[in-house]
Design a protein around this ligand. Structure first.
Ligand SMILES: Cc1cc2nc3c(=O)[nH]c(=O)nc-3n(C[C@H](O)[C@H](O)[C@H](O)COP(=O)(O)O)c2cc1C
Length: 190
């Protein structure tokens, strides 16, 4: 049970958050991120890349968020709404967790060729990236330069941390823990 102080400090009632998921093993940890945001009162809309849907089914995120998951750039929220614009108009924050090397690279180059990159590039709010990848990918100067470019453009980031990785090794590249991502989100929204 959250304490009263937790509730006061992290009350997200009435706030809209877009949680974008790209194709990494850590996508399973984003279930808890969505759940924790919802428990704090946020309205959460989840968007997934095609790769992300191979790791966790959209039904899981639909159940956790209580909303339809956005997987198609061409769907409409309402008859006259362009989906990515109307979602971004309401959002206090857009989180990308996990953020793959691919998504980081695409965003750094201004590529918007799917629903996640289009949402992130058209975001009116701060974009929070939670990178997750194996240590070789993470230490690649291309990835580091792309992330530095995004940070210089106002993107926020959390993690990655060190620890056990899905590639059965220990190193840097593990996605920040859900509690850490949520705390960072709260600090950016409140
Ligand atoms: C089993 C498996 C695990 C993967 N884990 C990661 C990962 O943790 N981080 C990452 O950047 N890419 C990872 N990839 C590679 C991405 O899925 C791949 O680059 C994909 O094109 C990303 O697409 P997206 O960024 O549009 O979701 C993984 C691929 C596979 C098959």
């Amino acid at each position: 049970m959250p304490t009263k102080i937790d509730q006061l400090a992290g009350d997200l009632s009435g706030r809209e958050v877009i949680v974008c998921i790209s194709g990494g093993i850590a996508a399973y940890k984003t279930c808890e991120v969505v759940s924790r945001l919802v428990q704090r009162g946020a309205g959460v809309t989840v968007a997934m890349t095609a790769s992300a849907q191979r790791f966790v089914g959209e039904v899981t995120f639909e159940a956790l968020s209580g909303r339809r998951v956005v997987t198609d750039l061409w769907s409409k929220v309402a008859d006259s709404d362009i989906q990515h614009i109307s979602l971004n108009e309401k959002a206090a924050l857009l989180v990308v967790a996990p953020a793959t090397a691919n998504i980081i690279g695409k965003l750094a180059c201004g590529i918007a060729d799917d629903v996640v990159t289009t949402l992130a590039i058209s975001a009116a709010s701060t974009v929070l990236l939670a990178p997750a990848m194996n240590p070789q990918m993470w230490s690649n100067p291309i990835v580091q330069e792309n992330l530095a470019t995004l940070k210089s453009r106002g993107f926020a980031s959390v993690g990655p941390g060190e620890g056990w990785l899905a590639c059965r090794s220990v190193g840097t590249g593990r996605m920040a823990e859900p509690s850490e991502i949520v705390e960072k989100a709260i600090s950016l929204i409140c």
